[in-house]
Ligand binder design. Structure first.
Ligand code: NAD
Length: 257
């Protein structure tokens, strides 16, 4: 039980990496607050965790809306008295080179992926500062470190989240709050399946070429990232502060010559 009794809020945990993380956190003894825009998917995660004997509740919120996020945080604090771990996982994809992207599509990706990290932090931090204890995990991506074709808006957001993580760590270290970032490579989730379908004529062929990008020769799975998130949330990583943690099959530092 590496996260026993740690009250953890995971945004976007109705699907993919967030959902898998919710399962791993609950298995390690955390009380998990499941958040998602999609209530049905969020409730499904809660049901699955309850069936396995874990503790989870669902709180609906759109991470881009201040009132909605504040209400979620107030409800969580009212119910559990504290939030020990905030995992800012919710995010959306954005495809296209700059000249192809419509301004509204650009704004949506920026809003979900950056404002959607800022707002939960803004409303959770005062309670962590008061308790002089807290742990924040921000979802970046290895795309913050490498150039990939037609991912302009998405890469801008994930680079921003990495930079934000480092600044936040400096601001909140005096309050005994750690802030770290996850940088996954390509992880097979509904997010990537959708991206493959909308961006390629032949998604199967695309997946084979994506696999070659990894030194591992395969894509990652949600549990690969979930287990890294458990590590960052646990005291095992207590000397990690403002750090990027790569879970990318070697994409950033290796070379598939
Ligand atoms: P996913 O689409 O499977 O899950 C994302 C969840 O976020 C969905 O359930 C969605 O409903 C929710 N969400 C979207 N907008 C929201 C909003 N405004 N408010 C609340 N919830 C919202 O995606 P995933 O692949 O599990 O990705 C999770 C995170 O990991 C994202 O931030 C993504 O950018 C990042 N990431 C994914 C990969 C990958 O290859 N899958 C790689 C690197 C980083």
């Amino acid at each position: 039980m590496r996260l026993k009794d740690k009250v953890t809020l995971i945004t976007g945990s109705g699907s993919g990496i967030g959902k898998s993380s919710a399962h791993y956190f609950a298995r390690e003894g955390a009380t998990v607050i499941i958040n998602d825009l999609d209530e049905q998917k969020g409730q499904e995660t809660v049901r699955e965790i309850a069936e396995l004997g874990g503790e989870a509740v669902f709180i609906h919120a759109d991470v881009t809306h201040p009132e909605s996020v504040k209400a979620m945080v107030d409800e969580a604090l009212g119910q559990f008295g504290r939030i020990d771990v905030l995992f800012n996982n919710a995010g959306i994809s954005g495809v296209g080179a700059i000249h192809e992207i419509e301004p509204d599509a650009w704004d949506r990706v920026i809003s979900v992926n950056i404002r959607g990290v800022f707002l939960p932090c803004k409303y959770v931090l005062p309670s962590m500062m008061e308790r002089r204890s807290g742990n924040i995990i921000n979802m970046s991506s290895c795309i913050a470190e490498i150039g990939l074709a037609r991912r302009a808006s998405y890469s801008a957001t994930k680079g921003a989240v990495l930079a934000l993580t480092k600044s936040m760590q400096v601001d909140y270290a005096p309050y005994n709050i750690r802030v770290n970032a996850l940088l996954p490579g390509t992880i097979l989730t509904p997010f990537v399946e959708n991206y493959l379908k909308t961006s390629y004529d032949d998604p199967e062929e695309a997946i084979e070429s994506l696999k070659k990008r990894q030194l591992s020769g395969d894509l990652g799975r949600p549990e690969d990232v979930a287990q890294a998130a458990v590590f960052l949330a646990s005291d095992e990583s207590k000397f990690m502060m403002g750090s990027p943690l790569y879970i990318d099959g070697g994409v950033v530092f290796g070379k598939n010559a």
